[in-house]
Design a protein around this ligand. Sequence first.
Ligand SMILES: [Zn+2]
Length: 387
Amino acid sequence: MKIIGAQLIQNNGNYSYSCNYKLRRNPLFINQNYMGGLSSDVVSFGTRENPAEVIAENRNAGFSKCLSTIKEIKDLPCIYCGEPMMPASMKSRLALSMANARGEELAEKLLENRKYLKGIKRNIAQKIATAAIKYPDENIQEILTRLAPVYKAELEQEQLEVLRNIRKKYSGAFNSDIEKKLFQSILYETTQWINNESDAGVFKRKTFLHELKNILYLPVFRNRSVIKKIISEAEKMPQSFESESAFMVKYYRRSPREIVEQLFYEATSTLEHIKPRTAGGVTAPHNLAVACARCNNLTRNNIPMTKFVDMHPEIVENIKKNLRAILNDAKKPVVDENSCSNPRRKRAVYNKMVNDRAGYKDYVSAIARTFQQESEGKISLKEFIKE
Ligand SMILES: [Zn+2]
């Protein structure tokens, strides 16, 4: 184990190493937050209660770098939901080409990639496609701007509805006059804010929740259990990943590329810690699976694997699907002929892929073992584990 010139930092009870860019590129070291060059030497301190293991130098030998290639496999089934994922590089290429597309071309590109759209994003894409045919001179951002006013009105109604529910349920929950007064003024000012009648600018969910917590946790408010209930009610304010109107209003002023990237965000392949970092899991290949951004950020949410598999028994089959797809990918032709025009670059990509693929079996075996361990045997993956 070798750590060069790094600095131990503590952040909210988490310990990690920080180092400058040059050191990050050193293959003997990676920072907890740096996912670029996964190496065999990784240090992660986890939390104070749950100190992470320190990996021995050769634990990930043989497959230490193949994960970046696996993450680029097109349509790899997500380890949890089993749906096809879009590699990050493909997403940026798509965003680039769609940013300038208009009319039929834009509509076609959206519908062609329909399988990568999840939840509300599918409806939104359908609406954009319909509008693109109707207004063939407009790009995706101009179309969103055209559609935005209707959604703005809709979003305001959804937000006011959340406030009405809070008022209805909790107006009678306070005893002292000062509590009652403050509570009423929060409701009044938030209503003004949503209706754009205050100087606070556009209503923002995150800012609202932050400020609400600041006020409600003042010592004036004595009944903590009521406060908690009010906050969880307030968290029902629509969010852009689950409400069409919230998405439209949040993104119509962003660049065309960002809009496309956000549309396809959920299907993007990401690295997921099998043993969560909050439980001391390390950022090393044997603890990293490839999951879609939706499952990684929303579904799994640091739940321990033993519990998670009880909540989502379907993941057992999907894990097998993912691992099988990785092993099958190694049998496909190495470089896509159209992937690169520069012959030298192509040779480099070729060599990297050949090297990386040699590690696939070891990688699959290692994460199969981690899944078994972390689920306390509830997920059985014997067929993938090399002795
Ligand atoms: Zn998923």
